[in-house]
Design a protein around this ligand. Structure first.
Ligand code: ADP
Length: 184
């Protein structure tokens, strides 16, 4: 049974699978600063979405760690891709936690500015960038809470989904989600 929580009228849930097949409005990509495409979820999103995404990334140029930018979604089942750049884990003393929270917060804010209803996130920074998954999961839901506390009365966003590629990641995010948000 997949978990879902509601906080101030917004649903937060989890999905175990491939984000490129997940139907949503804003599909978040774990990009790099050069917006150059790469491996992991970034490669999968460019592969499935088609060349229009990289073309638009080139026009934008770059994205600072913790920030978010938008491109078209090409062939993906979404209205747009929101590219955010997670921090590379360097031991935790180089502002990595704050930067990871900024990724989630700024992606949600951009989705809100675009008038989107449903955003889907991969587990940012926990692959090639080596951020410890449990700490990342804690920070993810804290960032969602901060965004919802500030925007719940004025945002179009009604659902936020974490799409986890592995069963272990899914279980870890589920535990943290249940700890952060109790049933209303
Ligand atoms: P980062 O460079 O930010 O660490 P990665 O793409 O290496 O990003 O990994 C982030 C997470 O995305 C990892 O948990 C990885 O397993 C997951 N991932 C890889 N491909 C997909 C996909 N198609 N859908 C969802 N998650 C994916």
């Amino acid at each position: 049974m997949l978990g879902v929580r509601h906080y101030k009228g917004i649903a937060i849930d989890l999905f175990h699978g491939d984000i490129t097949e997940f139907v949503c409005d804003g599909m978040v990509n774990a990009a790099n600063e050069a917006l150059a495409g790469g491996g992991g979820v970034d490669g999968a999103i460019h592969q499935a979405g088609g060349p229009i995404i990289l073309e638009e990334c080139r026009q934008i140029g770059s994205c600072a760690t913790g920030s978010a930018v938008k491109t078209s979604a090409g062939n993906l089942p979404a209205k747009a891709v929101i590219h955010t750049v997670g921090p590379v884990w360097r031991g935790g003393q180089e502002n990595e936690p704050k930067l990871l929270e900024s990724c989630y917060y700024n992606s949600l804010k951009l989705g809100h500015e675009l008038g989107f209803r449903h955003l889907a996130f991969p587990s940012i920074s926990t692959g090639i960038y080596s951020f410890p998954v449990q700490q990342a999961a804690e920070l993810t839901f804290q960032a969602m809470r901060s965004f919802i506390d500030e925007f719940s009365d004025k945002t179009t966003i009604k659902r936020i989904t974490m799409v986890l590629f592995s069963r272990d990641d899914h279980n870890c995010y589920q535990d943290q989600m249940f700890q952060e948000f109790s049933e209303e």
